[in-house]
Ligand binder design. Sequence first.
Ligand SMILES: Cc1cc2nc3c(=O)[nH]c(=O)nc-3n(C[C@H](O)[C@H](O)[C@H](O)COP(=O)(O)O)c2cc1C
Length: 259
Amino acid sequence: MNDTLRTISQRTSLRRYQDTPISEEHLDMLLHSAVRAPTAGNMMLYSILVIRDQETKNILSKTCDYQPFIARAPLILVFLADIQRWFDYYGISNVKEFCAHTGLDFRGPNLGDLFISTSDALIAAQNVVIAAESLGIGSCYIGDIMENYGTHRELFQLPDFAFPVAMLCLGYYPEGYEPIVRSRFEREYIIFEEKYRSLNEEELTDMFTEREAQFPSANKYAAENAAQLMFARKTGAEFSKEMHRSIQKAMENWQGKPM
Ligand SMILES: Cc1cc2nc3c(=O)[nH]c(=O)nc-3n(C[C@H](O)[C@H](O)[C@H](O)COP(=O)(O)O)c2cc1C
């Protein structure tokens, strides 16, 4: 195994950090890794917010589903799917007039733009995760940054076409930290040759054997199996409803409306 594969294999989400700021040199390497990521059409359809202000971290620890460790992360990076600057550039470059002359349909940002800019933002984020790990810096994604769109929009002064799709908490590993590498589902249930394959009942049961074995039968949701517990804790939870509401609100801008 080479160093890169070892880094990928040993990475775990880190939620407890040394109380030391990330050095400027390391921050520069992390941001370098982000901007060197592949990007659709070399358009860099994302922006990255570097958050070091304690008050902002305190707010995020509440608005991102009340996760106190967020406030203790020395560094936070927020990744925005961002097509705003391209449409601003189109605006100052007479693109609308060009379309009128040439018969092209001009349009505002649409769902295709959103998905491709989301891809860009997430790929840049994952480059940061791997680079960080190689520097002894642990990280944890925070999906809850997609909640409370109105609050985050105001907090970060976002324009209409920049949406926060991912957040990373980053910090040096604490002394003596022993990472626990969490297992994954067997590949046969996740990776298919050539065509998609739906799993039958027997395969689904096999797939979840380990999760069911670890399932805590005494739980506050009165769930009787791992599926019921995961639905209660994740898919059917309040944060998930808020995420849906928040994203729906943000998506009102991304319907390709004429500008
Ligand atoms: C999109 C995404 C969102 C996540 N959101 C959170 C989060 O809000 N809070 C948290 O503690 N961990 C979060 N995680 C980390 C996952 O819980 C973690 O990756 C998963 O449990 C597997 O553990 P590992 O990363 O240590 O292998 C998130 C991970 C991803 C990829």
